[in-house]
Ligand binder design. Structure first.
Ligand code: SF4
Length: 316
């Protein structure tokens, strides 16, 4: 399938069926930690990048063929709400299933009333807030011209006023950038205006192209939990594990996932071990076969963690 992938497992959304509505990479921001690589040209105009019926048809098929789906999650290879038919897709999805619907977004377009309206029927929206000041926002999220910090916070605040679903704000915690007590106090102050249901601390655990992006220390994570919990419950989602049990074609599944983000080798091996218990040799043969397909390459981070990426991602 071209748009639908998974279900992939995550602590927040359980078995989540991903629906990617954008060509890579279409974004209003160029985050320092982005796992999709640098934003070439910013995209700021909402358009129907693919026919909406084509995407809906894939959602229908996936629901029919997959048994365990906890959430249907709209997510883009970039900023999800740039897709102009999103409101229609959410409505039509709700007509065909009771499975809750979530949207992962950077939140930059929530300053537009039409976008806020389109998201009203979802069950959860997960926007980003990584900074409590304009200066840090520019440094971390590096938005397109006109997408100011004030506009961002205003959009989130206005959305909260009308939204009855779960507003789960994601804060990407980056060592040396937004993990000091001062930076976290500023974020907490902004969050007080927005009034999210929960704050999700996320970490830059996947490789990004920027070397200055580093994982926060345990101390910094504890500090963030303490300071941000004055506003809302803070959850620190541990990584979900990959589930290959409903997969018909492993190579297609791994391709679909690595197209969106680097895949931890440990996670892939664990999923294969669960699929083929007690046959370690067979698991290793599949891993070797997947790498031998020429579609993937491995990247080893400084901490020794190995990730799989699409082979084209590693070519200049
Ligand atoms: S908002 Fe998401 S897709 Fe866009 S640059 Fe930031 S991390 Fe990447």
């Amino acid at each position: 399938m071209k748009h639908v992938f998974g279900p992939v497992s995550s602590k927040r959304l359980g078995q989540s069926l991903g629906v990617d509505v954008l060509p890579s990479k279409s974004c209003t921001w160029n985050c320092i930690y982005c796992q999709l690589g640098k934003t070439g040209d910013y995209v700021t105009e909402r358009r129907e990048y693919y026919p909406r019926e084509e995407i809906l048809q894939e959602i229908r098929q996936a629901i029919e063929s997959s048994t365990a789906i906890d959430w249907i999650t709209f997510v883009g290879s970039g900023e999800t709400t740039l897709y102009k038919g999103l409101g229609w897709l959410i409505r039509e999805t709700k007509k065909v299933t009771d499975i809750p619907v979530a949207v992962i977004t950077n939140g930059s377009l929530l300053s537009i009333e039409e976008v806020r309206r389109e998201l009203l029927e979802t069950d959860a929206v997960l926007p980003s807030l990584n900074a409590g000041s304009a200066e840090l926002f520019e440094r971390i999220d590096r938005p397109a011209s006109g997408f100011t910090y004030e506009r961002h916070v205003h959009g989130l605040t206005e959305f909260r006023k009308v939204y009855r679903g779960k507003l789960w704000i994601e804060v990407m915690l980056i060592a040396g950038m937004n993990d000091s007590a001062e930076a976290l106090q500023d974020i907490a102050t902004a969050l007080e205006k927005i009034r999210p249901d929960t704050v999700h601390l996320v970490m830059p655990t996947r490789p990004s192209t920027e070397s200055e992006v580093r994982l926060p220390s345990e101390n910094a994570i504890s500090r963030a939990r303490l300071i941000l919990s004055r506003v809302a419950k803070v959850v620190h989602p541990s990584k979900g594990s990959m589930n290959l049990r409903n997969t018909e074609d492993i190579i297609e599944t791994v391709t679909a996932i690595t197209r969106r983000h680097p895949l931890q080798e440990r996670e892939l091996r664990h999923a294969l071990d669960e699929l083929i218990p007690d046959d370690h040799d067979q698991v290793e043969r599949i891993m070797v076969g997947l790498l031998g397909s020429g579609k993937f390459k491995t990247v080893t981070l400084q901490d020794g963690e190995v990730y799989w990426v699409q082979d084209s991602d590693t070519k200049g």
